[in-house]
Write a protein that binds this ligand. Sequence first.
Ligand SMILES: NC(=O)c1ccc[n+]([C@@H]2O[C@H](COP(=O)([O-])OP(=O)(O)OC[C@H]3O[C@@H](n4cnc5c(N)ncnc54)[C@H](O)[C@@H]3O)[C@@H](O)[C@H]2O)c1
Length: 247
Amino acid sequence: MNGRVAVITGAAHGLGRAYAVRLAEQGASVVVADLDGAGAKAVAEQITADGGRAHAVAVDVADEEATAAMAAEAVGAFGRIDVLVNNAAIFLTVAMARVPFDEITVADWDRMMAVNVRGTWLACRAVVPAMRERSYGKIVNVSSDTALKGSPSRVHYVASKSAILGLTRTLASELAPDGIRVNAIAPGIVLSEPDPTPERRTRAAASQLLAGALVPDDLVGTVAFLASAASDPITGQILAVNGGGYM
Ligand SMILES: NC(=O)c1ccc[n+]([C@@H]2O[C@H](COP(=O)([O-])OP(=O)(O)OC[C@H]3O[C@@H](n4cnc5c(N)ncnc54)[C@H](O)[C@@H]3O)[C@@H](O)[C@H]2O)c1
């Protein structure tokens, strides 16, 4: 990742934070973007204190102007954008309703789509001009393996993560002539909260073939691979990172 500039949305907490910290350790200049601006600032300060390069941006990815400003700040801070990790979502920190499909409110449905789907599209739209300038870029979208296998309750979340699959494949087709690769990861259950309960640990471990529940650092290698030149021949692909939970 040496010398690369990576914009990571939803990087104040959980998985996004791990991507930001670890990609910075691997030499990337990281834009830590999150709805939680104070949290983003804290992560960026930690990266900088550890000798890395980071810049914090407060952003609501559902907002067109805010995503445009995020891309402009990234270019202003580091001169270009090589990588976008579209990790922000309504999930845990901004919690979703886990209820049967007919108990989800229209407002919750619409906000889920606005953040998880429109936000991913808007962030792509914002960074692609900077990538086009260099005829190169890596976009890593974040789906979920619930989109591949279904999951009872939270149909709005699973539908939003399913939309990411079509968005990824279509953008990969549209942006290939520009040298921009677009792939997605589909994580299984990852213990991204600071203090997982014993029940959640047990459920996570039981959901996969490989021993040991997944933690945020387990996802970093795949994201770094899709963000690096090592994956340049790959675009439009969905990679399940789920310990063999779904095949
Ligand atoms: N942890 C898992 O088991 C798991 C499994 C499959 C997929 N995922 C996906 O991985 C990603 C990270 O998940 P996590 O477990 O770290 O959850 P998380 O909720 O802690 O992380 C999401 C981050 O996005 C930020 N965010 C929320 N709304 C935003 C908005 N409108 N604009 C900008 N930032 C916003 C949050 O503040 C948070 O930092 C999400 O896309 C999630 O759907 C997680």
